[in-house]
Design a protein around this ligand. Structure first.
Ligand SMILES: [Zn+2]
Length: 399
């Protein structure tokens, strides 16, 4: 790159739909905004700038419209990528949806002296929902600096400091507003992290950012698997995001399409379906045995209430209906291996009030043991939905 004595901005003029909408990025990120950005990064107010067309490209700017709401500023021998918020914050993602794209462009550029910044335009709307704060923290974790957050946000943005920190906070966030759930993160043992992430529509932004942050924070022993929960249009994460995940390393990506789920359903009765685990996680939260509170990840499994074997016997149901029952998050509990086996063998049973009881033929001396390991004999009210009760009814009918 050329050594620049004076800060120099290059900004793609067109956003994706500029021509149709008549809104150009050059009208949003004006020279006076550039001056503020320049001053915050370089401590100087003098700079040069150019707004460029789609066919322009150089070593930092790809040929296309302005993907990522970016301005590129070169100063001395450094390049700064600045991505801008929307002006109006409407939907849950709208203030941050360009960020993964901006990060992808920034991260894949091999030039070493580079930095990534985020700048809040004069925003209308709430830029500080729990969900947005989660995203800001993920951005900060992957190295994005906030230029003017102090003036827009009331609280300070802090990076996450470990994989567990992200898991804990994602869960708290999910608990407050269930409609905001794109990802469920869990462990299958102490060093294996599983991310179940939706990939269509707005969900892909969160799934991408979570993976980037986890990849950066993981220690050498930790391995991450991303199960892409494909639904609807069956879209995987964008190629640019998958490319960054591959470059970062440490994450295996498994696309869980319906075909895969169907095969798993056909081939065995103990369905190990990512979609089912995701749905259970969304309802039940952190993995813990519902009967003994065990939280050791490698012991906790998804246990069907209405069993896969019994669902398969229903001649009146279509294959798709059966698969839906088998992967329904209402049709299950987190149980430890012991309790799962006892439940599957109908030694432990549930009535429709969610009360646990033992099969009549259990030997007396075994009852002492069962009493000892079974700490909870009443399921919580949150679990006992109407649908869940229906599954218990179906289960008990089949015994
Ligand atoms: Zn248990």
């Amino acid at each position: 790159m050329i050594y620049r004595e004076k800060p120099h901005f290059i900004i793609k003029k067109n956003l994706q739909k500029s021509k149709q909408k008549g809104i150009y990025f050059s009208d949003i990120v004006t020279p006076s905004i550039l001056e503020d950005v320049c001053y915050r990064i370089t401590n100087q107010k003098e700079f040069t700038y150019e707004y460029v067309e789609n066919d322009y490209s150089d070593e930092f700017v790809p040929k296309s419209y302005n993907k990522g709401r970016l301005a590129i500023m070169q100063f001395e021998d450094e390049v700064n990528y600045i991505t801008f918020s929307e002006k109006e914050i409407g939907g849950r993602n709208s203030s941050v949806q360009s960020v993964p794209t901006a990060f992808n462009i920034y991260y894949t550029n091999p030039y070493p002296k580079k930095r990534l910044y985020y700048y809040f335009l004069d925003v209308v709307g709430n830029a500080e929902t729990d969900y947005q704060i989660l995203m800001y923290r993920l951005m900060n974790t992957v190295g994005c600096c906030f230029l003017n957050a102090d003036e827009t946000l009331s609280s300070k943005i802090e990076a996450y400091n470990s994989v567990e920190d992200i898991m804990f906070n994602r869960r708290i966030n999910a608990g407050k507003n269930k409609s905001n759930n794109s990802t469920y993160i869990t462990k299958s043992n102490s060093s294996q992290i599983e991310v179940y992430g939706k990939t269509y529509g707005a969900n892909k932004y969160e799934t991408s950012m979570i993976c980037y942050a986890l990849s950066m924070l993981r220690n050498e022993k930790q391995k991450i698997t991303l199960y892409e929960i494909l639904e609807g249009d069956l879209k995987e994460l964008p190629e640019a995001s998958l490319n960054v995940i591959r470059l970062m390393g440490g994450i295996d990506v498994v696309a869980t399409d319906r075909m895969l789920e169907k095969r798993a359903f056909e081939e065995n009765n103990s369905l190990r379906s990512p979609k089912y685990i995701y749905n259970l996680g969304m309802k039940l939260g952190k993995k813990h045995c519902a009967f003994c509170n065990c939280e050791i990840p490698s012991l906790i499994q998804g246990a069907h209430i209405w069993s896969v074997a019994d669902i398969k016997k229903e001649v009146l149901l279509s294959f798709d209906e059966k698969l839906n029952f088998a992967t329904d998050g209402e049709n299950g509990l987190w149980l430890c291996e012991n309790h799962h086996k006892l439940f599957d063998d109908n030694i432990l049973r549930l009535n429709e009030k969610g009360q646990l009881y033992y099969s009549d033929d259990v030997e007396k001396r075994h009852i002492i043991y069962l009493d000892d390991i079974t700490k909870r004999k009443q399921l919580s009210g949150e679990i006992m939905t109407k649908k869940f009760q229906e599954y218990i009814w179906r289960r008990n009918k089949a015994i």
